[in-house]
Ligand binder design. Sequence first.
Ligand code: GDP
Length: 301
Amino acid sequence: MADGLFSRLREGLFRSRQNLNTMVDGAVAEHRTVNEGFYESLTDALILSDMGTAVAQEAIDRLRARVKAENVKDTARCKQMLREILVGMLDVDKTPLRWPMVILVVGVNGVGKTTTIGKLALRFQALGRTILLCAADTFRAAAAEQLAIWAERARVPLVRHQEGADPAGVVFDAVQAAKARRADLLIVDTAGRLHNKKNLMDEMHKMRRVIDREYPEAAVRCLLVVDATTGQNGLLQAKAFSEAAGINGIVLTKLDGTAKGGVIFSIVGELRVPVLYVGVGEGIDDLQSFNPKDFVAALLD
Ligand code: GDP
């Protein structure tokens, strides 16, 4: 990763790093040689960074196994091993990109969906792709308005209908427009209502049916946006969406606003879905491709 991008990531993760790294260094300083107290302090540090009890336990179990196999005594060496273990836990196979592509973006209101769509549009545009946006969150008039602002900023066309229109109908029109313009990428903003899972599921299925029927040549991906500042609650949302929609990737936003970036481990650990991007600020450049190694380095350095 370019130095500039890495420093943005480091900046964004400042609070998380202060939190986790300080605790891990504290455990290393307190216990120079490996003992039960050391493992306990490390486990607490991981749990306090919002990693979730099960994931923290798994990381420590893996550490114990390696310490034993390699007969390690020095706790400073354990920190390096912990880094490698955490990188491994975030390393999940990704579905490759294929064009043309439709990305359905899901997530509860306020997590940063619209912002992420805008950032993604700019990003793929910079890579030479032609983009079309679709405002299928017809539930809130403000949603389409917000998306229109990003569309203008990125100078990409937007397909929208009236408030209250059928989301699958907007998707239908957007697909026709994408085909007519030979767009590489159609990004669809969807409604973030979770209170009724059945509705959400029905709506997702309807949209997917339209895409499958009208645009069989397109690869369809479902991207879930999760707000890192909501911690373990974000994990519950992620689970509900993954059951209702079936997701291929996660965008974790607002990592710059939390001291508990560890939540990423519990989401990946629970869902076995890769994190594709992380948001570390409100600016256009603040969406970064997710790289487990850089992420862990920015968290534990
Ligand atoms: P939506 O309701 O899910 O579409 O959410 P929005 O895209 O409107 O974002 C909600 C708020 O979160 C806005 O104020 C955004 O500027 C802010 N936001 C989005 N992503 C990030 C991020 O990565 N970091 C920070 N600090 N704020 C973000």
